[in-house]
Design a protein around this ligand. Structure first.
Ligand SMILES: *Cc1c(COP(=O)(O)O)cnc(C)c1O
Length: 400
């Protein structure tokens, strides 16, 4: 490649929309316009001496894809640019991201305070596996600062939360929690899956670590599993260490898919959010609907807070129908287009009954206390025409 020609984009000071399509790309000698995909498990060396130098860390270079891969690095650098993070570490799934962060950043005897309304598998991970490391987890209400404060103990090293929560759309005050953490030398970890960096950038609100299930909105089209951990270099170096020795690495193929997903993330998130807001307003008018839970509604208790820390309100909402489980199931079963699945973050709208699926194993009193009633239906809005989504739901709702 000639030194006098510019094959790579200069991105100093570039904005989010520009970084989303260009950050992290380093073109090869073939001068490809699109991002290259490096499907290789290992790398060759020019000589035994070079191999020794790269293995020893005296010279930069790739050794093995469990440690580094150019396509995975491209994804990591692009997502880091969008979250405003010093470094991103890509993982094989969202669960791998959460476990890698905990394994890297905590020690036996440490204590985690987590919001109660977290992803179901995260809950199982904490209770069944993180507990094996002698790390205890206590749970609090996402929105109750007094509960957060009084749950913090001498050995608390991490606060963990998702905001907005799924399926109830509660919103945490990330800045307020960050200031508690700063004063006490505790890490604030935010699972930013429901917003993605297109709607919310927790590091800029004071969080220390951001977690992603890239499986959801970052891919956005239901193709691949992936995850990421983001934050300061010194913290991420520990996470890289876990990847090297434990192996929950993102595959280069998945990284390439996610990389292309990032290019359209912001316009998709706006479309998801616009549909969800329009649907929430329409659902509120339906006589068979008791309540609608969406932070974009002005009457939502954390509406102003959500507005201050998110640019849109996201694609996930839930609503409670009159008539309990039977009514909820009949609304779901009378749809003809929406996908009946617990997944979210897809261009296709999905519908699910949390009480008997995602929260089916949660104790009834705990589930009801969290607002997940028998009549609750969750919709994760896709980007279809909103009139078609409404029409599909109206068949069942009009029969209640
Ligand atoms: C799906 C999800 C996860 C887990 O991600 P996987 O990629 O499925 O492992 C974690 N957190 C949240 C909020 C999720 O929705």
């Amino acid at each position: 490649m000639s030194d006098t020609k510019r094959y790579n984009a200069q991105l100093d000071g570039a904005a989010f929309d520009t970084l989303a399509v260009r950050a992290g790309q380093v073109r090869t000698g073939e001068h490809e316009h699109g991002e290259a995909m490096f499907l290789t498990s290992s790398y060759v060396f020019g000589s035994a001496q070079e191999a020794a130098a790269i293995f020893g860390g005296d010279e930069p270079g790739n050794v093995y894809t469990r440690y580094t891969n150019p396509t995975v690095r491209n994804f990591e650098q692009r997502l880091a640019a969008l979250e405003g993070a010093e470094q991103c570490v890509a993982t094989s799934s969202g669960m791998a991201a959460i476990f890698s962060a905990i394994l890297a950043l905590l020690n036996p005897g440490d204590h985690i305070v987590s919001s109660r309304s977290i992803f179901g598998s995260t809950n199982v991970l904490f209770q069944k596996y993180v507990s094996k490391l002698s790390i205890e987890v206590d749970y609090v209400s996402l929105t109750d600062m007094d509960e957060w404060n009084s749950a913090i103990k001498e050995n608390t090293k991490m606060l963990f939360l998702e905001s907005p929560s799924n399926p109830m759309n509660e919103v945490a005050d990330i800045k307020a929690l960050a200031s508690i953490c700063k004063a006490k030398d505790i890490l604030l970890v935010v699972d930013n899956c429901l917003c993605s960096p297109a709607l919310q950038q927790p590091l800029k609100l004071g969080a220390d670590v951001v977690i992603h299930s890239a499986t959801k909105y970052i891919d956005g089209q239901g193709r691949c599993l992936g995850g990421a951990v983001l934050g300061k270099k010194e913290l991420m170096e520990e996470v890289v260490g876990v990847l090297r020795s434990v192996g929950p690495t993102m595959s280069p193929f998945n990284a390439w898919v996610m990389l292309k997903g990032l290019e359209t993330l912001k316009i998709r998130m706006k479309a998801h959010s616009d549909n969800a807001l329009a649907l929430a307003l329409w659902l509120k008018e339906q006589p068979s609907v008791n309540a609608v839970y969406y932070a974009g509604l002005p009457e939502h208790p954390q509406h102003e807070l959500a507005k201050s820390q998110q640019s849109h309100f996201g694609g996930v909402l839930s609503f409670d129908v009159k008539g309990g489980q039977e009514a909820a199931w009949s609304v779901i079963d009378s749809t003809r287009m929406l996908s009946i699945t617990a997944n979210l973050g897809d261009t296709k709208t999905t519908i699910t009954h949390p009480a008997t699926t995602t929260h089916g194993r949660v104790a009834v009193d705990v589930r009801l206390k969290a607002g997940i009633t028998d009549g609750l239906v969750r919709v994760a809005c896709g980007i279809e025409d909103i009139e078609d989504i409404k029409r599909d739901l109206s068949f069942g709702l009009s029969q209640l």
